[in-house]
Ligand binder design. Structure first.
Ligand code: UT7
Length: 323
């Protein structure tokens, strides 16, 4: 018998405050037209003062628990993908654990920036297939508005805050790719490109810092690496592009999303797009898009879903699962 990590619940949370592109026109030399045409972003959500990544992650987790009909006490582990934890330590995952009222099991953060969710999925899958946990809450939650340089028009118009969560549960499978659950994953990083996207603060500097990005350079790497990793996961799962029902990409830029779909040989009718409403929410973008796609009735039981993401590191990865 093969153990599979099957999605049994999903949910998301977006902070109340919605910021339209036009708001940036008041303080920066930018325009709604530039932001829309270069990135596809129309609006994003920003956390309220005092609202933290663990607050967002807790609300997404509660929505996923409600969707699954489960209680926090039914969960064995929390894996939180984030680069904007509330504090240096303890992990924001343990804060979510406490806010959920979960008094057993274990929780930790995993940091792979925008690729975070595509690293958290194989991580949670490994916990389940190795028998260390039966049910894992896999969360992507970020408050990138806390690390923006509001005078840098080339970055601050691109990012947003939010959280998404899925619950993976151990279920018996056959070992064939007709099983539901995680079928294959792929993770990569290359630290030679660390200067393309980073935050200029942290422990070594005594301040939390702001995001710096060479956008054009990251863009140059994105399409090829994203299509490459998606194809690797599909191949490992014994599937081809014809089997794909939905691509759920990291939502950084509509042009990257379109370019990757084209390179994969898939039409945009197979791609879940939320970048217009959320901006780039880093590790939260895939679970947010998954949750929106599921709520809108697009992603259905039995569908083959491919997730792919790239971000700071550079780090990039993908996962293929049958919903
Ligand atoms: O999620 C992690 C991974 N990150 C990404 O995937 C982001 C990848 N990169 C991108 O999405 C795009 O490179 C951006 C959206 C960041 C930028 O688009 P671009 O087409 O690569 O523009 P660019 O950086 O080449 O800039 C074009 C021009 C520049 O002016 P000059 O030098 O041509 O005169 C910029 O100064 O646009 C200017 N510009 C702006 N103009 C108006 C940059 N930001 C803005 C702005 N408003 N907000």
């Amino acid at each position: 018998m093969t153990i599979r990590a099957v999605v049994v619940g999903i949910g998301h949370y977006l902070p109340e405050r919605v910021v339209e592109n036009s708001e940036f026109e008041k303080t920066l030399d930018t325009s709604d037209e530039w932001i829309r045409s270069r990135s596809g972003i129309e609006r994003r959500h920003f956390a309220a003062e005092g609202e933290t990544t663990s607050d967002l992650g807790t609300k997404a987790a509660q929505a996923a628990l409600a969707d699954a009909g489960l209680e926090a006490s039914d969960i064995d582990a929390i894996v939180l993908a984030t680069s904007t934890a509330d504090l240096t330590f303890p992990s924001a995952a343990t804060m979510i654990q406490q806010k959920l009222g979960m008094v057993k099991g274990f929780a930790y953060d995993l940091q792979a920036v925008c690729a975070g969710f595509t690293f958290a999925m194989p991580n949670a899958n490994a916990l389940i297939t190795s028998g260390q946990a039966k049910r894992v809450l896999v969360i992507g939650a970020e408050t990138f508005s806390r690390i923006m340089d509001w005078e840098d028009r080339s970055t601050c118009v691109l990012f947003g805050d939010g959280a998404g969560a899925v619950i993976l549960e151990a279920q018996a499978g056959t070992g064939e790719n007709t099983d539901r659950g995680v079928l294959a994953c792929d993770m990569n990083s290359d630290g030679r490109f660390k200067d393309l996207l980073y935050v200029d603060g942290g422990i070594s500097t005594g301040q939390s810092g702001v995001l710096k990005m060479q956008g054009r350079e990251v863009f140059r790497h994105a399409v090829e690496k994203l299509a490459g990793t998606a194809n690797t996961s599909l191949e490992r799962a014994g599937l081809t592009k014809e089997d794909v029902d939905w691509v759920v990409p990291h939502q950084a830029n509509i042009r990257i999303i379109q370019g990757t779909a084209k390179k994969l040989g898939l039409g945009m009718d197979k791609v879940i797009v939320t970048v217009q409403d959320h901006g780039n929410t880093s590790a939260a973008s895939i679970p947010l898009a998954l949750s929106v796609g599921y709520q809108n009735g697009l992603i259905k039981r039995g569908d083959i879903v491919v997730m792919e993401a790239i971000g700071g590191g550079l780090a990039w990865g993908s996962a293929v699962l049958r919903w």
